[in-house]
Design a protein around this ligand. Structure first.
Ligand code: C5P
Length: 230
């Protein structure tokens, strides 16, 4: 089985709360995901600050615009100390390819990720926006668009990996949220898998938020997940 690494989703309202959590967890954690909420509130300096603590940064901004605008935004972001960045794959092959060209020239080590179908979308919601496919069918359509664009990875549910890993596993890295260790609350996630199941299905990285930052001991929660992944 290939290796699978843990990413903590730092979905907290307050900077101080987030910094205290990171200090408490310490060196067992390597990757932190910063989303739109914190980036909008605290800006690029927040990214530099968390990176300065020694963490690798997954900047989850889910960019979705015309090719020129997304490419220029990736160009601006390439000056930040980030290791992963998301764009929406439904922005199209041309848009993803333009973003990827900037990555190749400015920051070839950046793992650019195409977000596939949001887990908040069901079949009815997809139809309402003119997509006749089922969610797994649409994830597969978008995965082949990601490969065509040259973008090196995607975000999907680990439940969909059996459809993607055999066909695209050599070309793409897979990042999967919706992870719950056995015994933890599913919260608002509908289709959850355990860290071990996600790794066995072919995830390269799992994204975990509440089961860590709401745990009695976040440090122990990180250690337990790392043990399961190993
Ligand atoms: O707290 P929890 O482990 O559910 O957090 C999951 C993280 O992954 C959140 O930051 C959420 O926005 C993100 N995510 C997700 N489902 C997707 C894409 C991203 O849960 N399809």
């Amino acid at each position: 089985m290939k290796s699978c690494e843990l990413i903590l989703a730092l979905d907290m309202g307050s900077r101080d709360e987030a910094l205290n959590l990171l200090k408490e967890i310490g060196p067992d954690l390597k990757w932190v995901k910063l989303g739109l909420q914190m980036f909008t509130a605290h800006g690029p300096d927040w990214v530099r600050e968390v990176a300065g603590l020694g963490f690798n940064i997954f900047l989850d901004l889910k960019l979705h615009d015309i090719p020129n605008t997304v490419a220029k935004t990736v160009q601006s972001l390439s000056h930040l100390p980030i290791g992963m960045l998301t764009i929406h794959s439904c922005g199209g092959v041309e848009m993803m390819a333009a973003a990827n060209q900037v990555r190749l020239h400015q920051k070839p080590d950046l793992l650019l990720l195409g977000v596939t179908v949001l887990t908040s979308m069901d079949e009815q919601q997809l139809r309402r926006v003119g997509v006749p496919a089922t969610p797994p069918g649409q994830v597969h359509n978008l995965a082949s668009a990601v490969v065509e664009s040259g973008v090196p990875g995607l975000v999907c549910s680990a439940k969909e990996l059996h459809l993607l890993a055999p066909e695209f596993g050599k070309q793409l890295q897979f990042v999967t949220p919706g992870i719950r260790p056995l015994g933890s609350s599913a919260d608002d996630q509908k289709r959850v898998v355990t860290p071990g199941q996600a790794a066995a299905s072919g995830s390269n990285y799992i994204v975990v938020g509440r089961p860590i930052y709401k745990a009695e001991s976040p440090r122990e929660a990180v250690r337990a997940i790392n043990m399961e992944l190993a």
